[in-house]
Ligand binder design. Structure first.
Ligand code: NAD
Ligand code: UDP
Ligand code: UDP
Length: 328
């Protein structure tokens, strides 16, 4: 690809005076789709910090301008309001594809970004999900496991959409010789997470702060493994820069039942927070825990932040966003 704006001056960046790239190589132009979202915005922080030029493409469906507002004015940063379901022409070296409407259009967006990567010869990284394993019959989940997904269930659109996205990614790799990477992300939490999207960590934290009961679905004995967002971002960048396609599980193997998670939230925010049981949703996976042997060996990556250390950092952010400055 020709890179009209990759001038030598970018090596030094413009913000903070850091020279993180050193004399290693010139700065790159990196596209982050979904870069105004929870994970994307943290990734953008790190890429800019490293001296790259970053273009965010986001339709602000679940993302927020606030998440990237601190970079407006940085000449190495650009946001384009655009729905990835529509084709787009850009010139970049790398594409981190995070934009993901939880709808069938997920597949169309991925196809367009693969088409873009093919035209300009960019490296393409797909953020897939542990949901490709469905309600797994293997525990912990290894990348070679093909999963147990109900194709017609209420959760299927997201799960099957990501499975199809993985298939397309490998087809473009084989058919068009595209350089690709696939990350299977396990439950991730941290500052800037959507407050009201119904995920368990955001629900419990917001409920405890608002003095509402923590809603535990089912018997609360189902498990998940929670990864702090900075660990995930390190993993995504190591994957992009490394030599291996994947798929790679990126998650924290620390496994918790929902009742154990509720306890951690109580200990962190309010020991008196009550627990209220609610009926569970259909097809809820009973267990989930990543086997990260492959990422450890080939990416030299493993998560560093345990739940009890990461949760308080998220609570600080939620407190500010829920109460504003007066109680923060
Ligand atoms: P998020 O909702 O905060 O971010 C997604 C971003 O994509 C948002 O900014 C949204 O506005 C944007 N977007 C959605 N549809 C779009 C479209 N059609 N065109 C342009 N932009 C669009 O979610 P997140 O938690 O940051 O997730 C990022 C990626 O990681 C997603 O692909 C998600 O499937 C994957 N993932 C996340 C987790 C997790 O626990 N957070 C787990 C597994 C996989
Ligand atoms: N595409 C895009 N930007 C580009 C190149 C392609 O958005 O710079 C879209 C294109 O509109 C198409 C998809 O990516 O819908 C797949 O492109 P590809 O060239 O692989 O497929 P084809 O158009 O040959 O079917
Ligand atoms: N869950 C819960 N209370 C809530 C929200 C979710 O007990 O308020 C449970 C849910 O049933 C599931 C687990 O928490 O077993 C994780 O749900 P989440 O939607 O966060 O992630 P996913 O199911 O996609 O892994």
């Amino acid at each position: 690809a020709t890179l009209p704006s990759s001038s030598g001056s970018m090596l030094h960046g413009s913000a903070g005076g850091k020279v993180p790239l050193g004399l290693r190589r010139r700065a790159m132009r990196v596209l982050v789709t979904g870069g105004a979202g929870f994970v994307g915005s943290h990734l953008v922080d790190r890429l800019l910090d490293r001296g790259e030029s970053v273009i965010v493409v986001d339709n602000f469906f679940t993302g927020r301008k606030d998440n990237v507002a601190h970079h407006l004015g940085n000449p190495r940063f650009e946001v384009i309001r655009h729905d990835v379901v529509e084709p787009i022409l850009l010139e970049v070296d790398q594409i981190y594809h995070l934009a993901c409407p939880a709808s069938p259009t997920n597949v169309v967006g991925t196809l367009n970004m693969l088409g873009l990567a093919k035209r300009i010869g960019a490296k393409f990284l797909l953020t897939s999900t542990s949901e490709v394993y469905g309600d797994p019959l293997q525990h912990p989940q290894v990348e070679t496991y093909w999963g147990n997904v109900n194709p017609i269930g209420v959760r299927s659109c997201y799960d099957e959409g990501k499975r199809t996205a993985e298939t397309l990614t490998m087809d473009y790799h084989r058919g068009a010789n595209l350089e690709v990477r696939i990350a299977r992300i396990f439950n991730t939490y941290g500052p800037r997470m959507c407050i009201d999207d119904g995920r368990v960590v955001s629900n419990f934290v917001a409920q405890a702060l608002r003095k509402e009961p923590l809603t535990v679905y089912g018997d609360g004995k189902q498990t998940r493994s929670f990864q702090y967002v900075s660990d995930l971002v390190e993993g995504l960048m190591s994957l992009m820069e490394g030599e291996h396609i994947g798929p790679f599980n990126l998650g924290n193997p620390g496994e918790f039942t929902m009742l154990e998670l509720a306890k951690v939230v109580q200990d962190t925010i309010d020991p008196n927070a009550r627990i209220e049981f609610r009926p569970n949703t259909a097809d809820d996976p009973h267990k989930r825990k990543p086997d990260i042997t492959r990422a450890k060996e080939l990416l030299n990556w493993e998560p560093k932040v345990p739940l009890r250390e990461g949760l308080p950092l998220m609570v600080t952010d939620f407190r500010k966003r829920i109460f504003g400055d007066q109680e923060a």
